[in-house]
Ligand binder design. Structure first.
Ligand code: PBG
Length: 337
């Protein structure tokens, strides 16, 4: 019997990683993570009016939609099996003021959309944000007094806004404004209004990031914003602080956690999932979407492939799901394969 052992067998001790990769069927058999339609949350932009589908220049393929058009769009999302949406309003400029008081109007744009959506498409989850930035004249997420974003007054307001959003039919409140104590305050407010079943997805670790640029164009806050959000968002340099911030949210009663932005913060996703074991989501934000789209439109990268790869990587990093502007595209693609 001739010995066919090769030098490589001696080097590796007869172990060969490529055996499991040799054919499509072995690769499928050993695949550790998968992206499914159940992993997708679709962020959408709502504008006042009717019959409006208005392309957002910095986000090719993404539109601002009036309530009627958005309801049609989420019907398709529900039919594709997408579990939830996250609507953001582009509020009329004349309704924005220094305290974001419009968020406390029961029939404001976001609440109008939520109640219409709930009625028309009851089988899709609605996750609403209570940050004040779509409603403030300065583009900040909180109330500004003497140039400072005041914590406690903002918390009172977002807790009241959360109750109004839940009254309108929101299933999950996702506060993104990073004020201290907001999760506990929102939980108490929801419970005392009888909304024990409304969950809280904390934007637990929201970093002060350049990746939000196109979103600010989408809801027209970019031009308004004076200064930066460094006094309330987390520095991209800090991971331990991010974990500690998330721990407080867990203590205060968050049902789910989110990391935002996504791809540049996969280490945080992994550490949060390991540390708390709560359902953990990443927000693939506007700038991440735009980078992929722009390069693909120039023919410089394979956009479809990178869309699927980045989303799969969130799963590998421990995420239970992803908020992504690609949701519809991905759901269609997964439905086809
Ligand atoms: C603010 C908010 C931001 C996003 C959603 N809500 C960040 C910001 O403007 O500072 C970003 C979403 C995205 O970039 O896709 N509460």
């Amino acid at each position: 019997m001739s010995d066919k052992t090769h030098l490589v067998d001696e080097i590796t001790g007869h172990r060969r990683m490529r055996r499991n990769r040799k054919a499509d069927w072995t690769r499928r058999l050993v695949q550790e993570n998968r992206l499914t339609v159940d992993d997708l949350i679709w962020p959408i932009f709502i504008v006042p009016g009717t019959n409006i589908v208005d392309p957002i220049k910095a986000m090719p393929g993404v539109n601002r939609m009036s309530v009627d058009k958005a309801v049609e769009a989420i019907k398709e999302a529900a039919d594709l099996g997408i579990p939830a949406i996250a609507p953001f309003p582009d509020v009329e400029m004349e309704k924005r003021d220094p305290t974001g008081s419009e968020i406390l109007q029961r029939d404001n744009l976001i609440n109008l959309f939520t109640s219409a959506a709930k009625k028309a498409v009851p089988n899709i989850g609605i996750i609403t944000d209570v940050a004040l930035d779509p409603f403030t004249s300065h583009g900040h997420d909180g109330i500004m007094r003497d140039g400072i974003i005041v914590n406690d007054e903002t918390v009172d307001q977002v807790a009241r806004a959360a109750v109004l959003q839940a009254d309108a039919g929101a299933d999950i409140i996702a506060p993104s404004e990073m004020m201290d104590g907001r999760i506990g305050a929102i939980r108490r407010a929801l419970d005392s209004a009888g909304h024990q079943d409304v969950g809280i997805m904390s934007y637990a670790t929201k970093f002060s990031s350049g990746f939000y640029g196109p979103y600010r164009e989408a809801i027209n806050t970019g031009g308004l914003l004076k200064g930066d959000k460094n006094s309330y968002y987390i520095s991209p340099a800090n991971a331990t602080e991010a974990l500690r911030d998330a721990a407080l949210d867990v203590d205060e009663g968050a049902d789910m956690l989110m990391v935002k932005p996504g791809l540049a913060y996969l280490d945080i996703c992994w550490r949060m999932k390991e540390a708390f074991g709560l359902p953990t989501f990443a927000y693939q934000v506007s700038g991440e979407y735009t980078q992929i789209k722009a390069a693909a439109m120039n023919g410089w990268i394979d956009g479809d492939r990178i869309m699927m790869e980045t989303l799969l990587c969130f799963k590998r990093a421990g995420c239970d799901g992803i908020l992504t502007y690609f949701a519809i595209e991905v759901a269609r693609k997964l439905g086809r394969s």
